[in-house]
Write a protein that binds this ligand. Structure first.
Ligand code: PMP
Ligand code: GLU
Length: 404
């Protein structure tokens, strides 16, 4: 007999889709994966060298469960450079991915029935993580139907059970960035009301059109050790190092200590080779981030132009990340059915908007090759166009279309 908790938790739909796409590919199906959540660039060479140096010693041991000192130092330097904040090793925890940082943070702060507010659309894992930690997820949609709830929308949801707010900007899945004004007011509200503010900055270096990453520390003079802010980041996206599973949190030392205690009982700490890889990435040559960012900006332009060319599809140009979140409800208001139809009919994988709390939308990624974006969009356009011929040839393969 399984626990009520286990029975209430959904599998990560984004990770599941990766598996489905890989299985179909193994069977020889010509799948184009526009549902992915990881850049395709290679691991920076400095990360590989640093990781290999440890591997070459043949002595791969346990590390301090909250992270090795050189990695904490690299994160402290990163925080000084990109957030203009001096912090101490006691303010830093290294985890197995940003996902674990968020998870141990929620375990450290939530009592049963405590509420966690986050804007809609949201990353698929937030509701499940909050539930895993015994809390109640409170997704808040913008009253104007946009991707960015206003301060008033969010503040109206704050009540006596509110323990934390999660902000992810730029946002997975919409690519939208919250305004500095919104972030500043949320920081002020959280500091005043003693609510934890988890800033999920996973994508904050991947922003376009000359925008600067948001720095939440700009909006508070509070000492880090009295602050309600936890800034979460990782090597996963900006260095394209998803497989290493290294993320971190920077915040109040009391919170960090509680998170570290929990983590020490959960995993004993992140993998040692991965931590050394992250040291290499953070201390090494940094040009891979700009190379990735500008490739993504080009990909975004290609994808948005293709989406705009499909009649009835509404798309907002993403300010960052590698996701678009167009509204396809003119074709089918049921996003799961539409995503299934596209995978079955034209072998293009996308993620249903429902999983991100916004029905009628699909998450279409632009982290892959431009060639795949172009071909994937051509196939989608064919699958949706009622006037297109009923057959499409992919090389020697013939696709036949059912009704949408
Ligand atoms: N936050 C957001 C918004 C994400 O999209 C992801 C996906 N990877 C994560 C956190 C987790 O990152 P990691 O792979 O480092 O666990
Ligand atoms: N965060 C990425 C995504 O949303 C990777 C998969 C996951 O961790 O959910 O696709």
């Amino acid at each position: 007999m399984l626990s009520q908790l286990a029975l209430s938790i959904k599998e990560s739909p984004t990770l599941k889709l990766n598996e489905t796409a890989a299985l179909l590919r193994d069977k020889g199906e010509p799948v184009i994966h526009l549902g992915g959540g990881e850049p395709k660039s290679r691991t920076p060479i400095d990360a590989i060298i640093s990781c290999s140096s440890l591997l070459n010693t043949g002595e791969i041991r346990y590390t301090p469960s909250d992270g090795i000192p050189p990695l904490k130092q690299a994160i402290i330097r990163y925080t000084e450079e990109h957030y203009d904040r001096g912090v101490k090793p006691e303010n830093v925890i290294v985890s197995s991915g940003a996902k674990q940082t968020l998870m141990v943070a929620l375990h450290a702060i939530l009592d049963p029935k405590d509420e966690v507010i986050f804007p809609v659309p949201y990353w698929v894992s937030y509701p499940e993580m909050v539930k895993l930690a015994g809390g109640v997820p409170v997704p808040i949609a913008a009253s104007d139907g946009s991707f960015c709830p206003s301060f008033e929308d969010l503040a109206a949801a704050v009540g006596s059970y509110t323990k934390a707010i999660i902000l992810n900007s730029p946002n997975n899945p919409s690519g939208a960035m919250y305004s500095n004004d919104l972030v500043a007011r949320m920081v002020e509200l959280c500091e005043r009301r003693n609510i934890w503010l988890l800033m999920d900055d996973t994508y904050n270096r991947l922003v376009f059109d000359g925008r600067a990453p948001t720095n939440c520390y700009e909006f508070t003079q509070e000492d880090v050790d009295r602050s309600q802010l936890l800034v979460v980041n990782c090597v996963s996206k900006m260095y394209a190092m998803t497989g290493f599973r290294i993320g971190w949190g920077v915040g109040n030392r009391e919170l960090i200590r509680a998170m570290a205690n929990i983590q020490s009982q959960q995993t004993s700490g992140p993998s040692a080779p991965s931590q050394w890889a992250a040291v290499g990435a953070l201390n090494g040559v940094q040009n891979s981030i700009e190379a990735l960012r500008s490739t993504l900006e080009n990909n975004r332009n290609v994808l948005v132009a293709r989406l705009q060319a499909i009649p009835g599809v509404k798309v907002v140009k993403p300010a960052g990340t590698f996701y678009t979140f167009p509204d396809f409800s003119a074709y089918n208001p049921d996003s799961k059915k539409l995503a299934e139809y596209l995978l079955e009919t034209v072998r293009v994988a996308v993620v249903p908007g429902k999983d991100f709390g916004m029905e009628g939308h699909l998450r279409v990624s632009f982290c892959g090759a431009q060639k795949d974006i172009r071909e994937g969009m051509e196939r989608i356009q064919w699958a949706l166009d009622p006037d297109a011929p009923n057959e499409l040839y992919l090389g020697s393969r013939k696709l036949v279309r059912d009704a949408v």
